[in-house]
Design a protein around this ligand. Sequence first.
Ligand code: PMP
Length: 285
Amino acid sequence: RTVYLNGEYLPETEAKVSIFDRSFLMADGVYEVTSVLGGKLIDFDGHLARLERSLNELDMEKPEAFDDLLDIHRKLVELNGIDEGMIYLQVSRGSAGDRDFVFPDPEETKPTLVLFTQNKPGLADNPVAKKGIKVISIEDIRWGRRDIKTVQLLYPSMGKMAAKKAGCDDAWLVEDGQVTEGTSNNAYIVKDGTIITRNLSQDILHGITRAAVLRFAREAQMQVEERPFTIAEAQAADEAFYTSASSFVMPVVEIDGTKVGDGKPGPVAKRLREIYLEESVKSGI
Ligand code: PMP
């Protein structure tokens, strides 16, 4: 694989980052994942805008190559021959050559910019989406700025491990009795034709796929309610699903061992997945 590091395209084994890099020592970095379908970038503008916002919220300098990010994404897709897959991008605050809690002076350091591709043939025609997935619920004990897409992913990793141990695929996170989101996705239920998903705030990541899916739902005259919901409400719903850049719209058929609806992917989730794939591929760049 050819990867990108600070202005250079390199074989992955030759891309090296300092041990003092703050993303390594302090999780002081932000990231984005953009999917690729038919060799085209999906929702690229949304991911770029959110990256800029994450950087601003953390007072992090934009990498010098910020304005070239579209070209860099495209070049990596081409160099690695990606038809279906993902591009991972990470910006860290860099390093001033030692460990220090205080942010280094921007004069003394430059952000570290890394991008690499992940080849995933069959991403759109994923058989898992035809069966649906099972989730468990766990307490949401993450920090209070989940709207910033940082690389502090230890608790989400632990959540996925807990799900795996329980024979499930993912975990939905619960705070004050209400679902915030999934470990790496936004959570939804459908009741009597209305799509319900938590409203945007600092409690959840503002999913780029969420924004697109809600727009398509409203354009298709579906009812949308943005508000928190409980696990009990989700278990009693007609359908459940989640969205993310790498899984698009994914039906959820079981929550904490209780089947949702008839335990099969529901019509709203299936339809939204179809619309999302069709529309986002059409507008891919
Ligand atoms: N919430 C969390 C916690 C996530 O990690 C992700 C995926 N990065 C999402 C939601 C979905 O966001 P997006 O649709 O932009 O991938």
